[in-house]
Write a protein that binds this ligand. Structure first.
Ligand code: UTP
Length: 407
């Protein structure tokens, strides 16, 4: 894109301010900036103020397998899961491209040290959990780590410095997710600095498309992966490539599975797994009517009781089928650092604009079916979003200790 074309395009969209300071940039900076402008998804802007326009369908209870049945069929599920892992059919994807703003930690979230008497990093907790499975199956699970432009180098360096926490590095690959621009509340593009748009990772929903873009399809094929377990960086207790979960999904003939925990009260703030017009779907707590969140089953338990914990299993065949489908773009209010017209850097303490994000939960809706696989939150759910309070370093430390992890 040329400077003239960029000016014409931006002015036609009421975004002419973006070009201020353009002439002060070096030639290389100008080129990078023009490429950023060329990459803007203008259709996202139409969603501002309109995000809730999607009408929801008819909801029903999803197929689920609950703790007592899992306990009764443990040997059967475990054998099927271990068999798939041994055959090299299962890979895992760690979603670590997020900004972790709520934690307020300068390094990537996974570099946070939850240890108290010795070092124990979030990344290390996850690798330790995965190594339990590796030992059981006597086979390494290929692990792909999604980073963003902002934290890729720091993440790779951290793993290398810590010798991959004992994992076989031949089985670890990193890839970078896409970025998206950010706007203020009036829909005006924000600049990170003059000649650079404020951008941030585009959510956790584009992970498979980013993997393919990064050239990892050949690796998936060469290894013969049939299943990918995708999981978040922040749940230090989660079981990754869990043979029981994999076995139950395979034996049930599902193309995808979601680990779920039981809601503790009707209003708990979590995404709930449902069927929507017969297809698996995740409904956010704020999208649910009071009637729906409080509805009871015949046995008196909550009808919609299973909350997702960002640990999903997808069949690779299905992922390939949907990878080019458009995911819903979510408009999210965030704190976005920017440079103002006078050239001052501003780090807002309150949300000041919107980012555009794709979410992995929308991929679930593209699956023909999905198994809700219940896990006990005391053993498998210790997310770290904040420093203190709910879903925090404090609450995760408590749960880690309860599970016998020495801090
Ligand atoms: P969160 O929704 O907690 O977002 O991510 P975040 O950016 O990490 O944290 P906050 O909201 O700024 O505090 C859930 C999971 O999705 C990953 C995160 O790394 C985490 O594992 N994620 C999120 C990405 O990989 N990319 C993104 O663009 C966003």
């Amino acid at each position: 894109m040329t400077k003239e074309k960029a000016i014409e395009l931006l002015e036609s969209r009421g975004q002419g301010h973006v070009m201020r300071g353009f002439d002060n940039l070096s030639e290389a900076q100008q080129e990078t900036f023009l490429a950023q402008i060329d990459n803007i998804n203008w259709s996202d802007f139409e969603l501002i103020g309109n995000d809730s326009a999607n009408a929801r369908g008819e909801f029903a209870v999803p197929p689920a397998i609950e703790l007592p049945e899992i306990a009764a069929r443990k040997a059967e599920f475990e054998a099927a899961g271990i068999d798939a892992i041994k055959k090299g059919e299962v890979g895992a994807v760690l979603l670590a491209g997020g900004m972790g703003t709520r934690l307020g930690f300068d390094l990537p979230k996974g570099c946070y040290n939850v240890g108290q008497t010795h070092d124990l990093y979030i990344f290390e907790c996850l690798i330790n959990n995965l190594l339990d499975v590796v030992k059981k199956a006597d086979a390494f699970v290929p692990l792909y780590i999604m980073t963003s432009e902002k934290n890729d180098k720091a993440t790779r360096d951290f793993f290398a410095e810590h010798d991959y926490f004992g994992y076989n590095s031949d089985y670890i690959k990193f890839f970078i997710q896409d970025m998206a621009c950010a706007v203020d509340y009036n829909g005006k593009l924000l600049l990170e600095e003059e000649g650079r748009l404020a951008t941030s990772p585009n959510g956790n929903g584009g992970w498979y498309a980013s993997m393919i873009k990064a050239g990892l399809k050949s690796d998936i094929e060469a290894r013969g992966l049939k299943w990918i377990n995708v999981f978040a960086v922040d749940n230090v207790l989660q079981r990754i490539a869990d043979p029981l979960f994999i076995g139950a999904t395979i034996l049930g003939n599902y193309v995808s599975g979601s680990k779920v925990v039981r809601k503790v009260e009707p209003a708990e703030k979590m995404g709930l797994l449902c069927l929507e017009d017969g297809k698996p779907s995740i409904v956010e707590y704020y999208e649910m009517s009071k009637e729906m969140s409080e509805a009871k089953a015949d046995d008196g338990s909550l009808l919609y009781k299973f909350g997702v914990i960002l640990n999903y299993l997808f069949s690779v065949e299905k992922l390939d089928e949907i990878v080019n489908n458009n995911l819903v773009v979510h408009v999210v209010e965030k704190k976005i650092p920017f440079v103002d017209e006078a050239g001052n850097k501003v780090s807002p303490t309150e949300p000041n604009g919107y980012k555009f994000e794709l979410l992995v939960l929308d991929m679930i809706h593209m699956m023909d079916n999905n198994l809700a696989f219940e896990v006990d939150r005391n053993y498998e759910f210790a997310p770290i979003k904040n420093l203190h309070g709910v879903d925090s370093v404090d609450s995760a430390r408590e749960l880690l200790e309860k599970n016998g992890v020495v801090l």
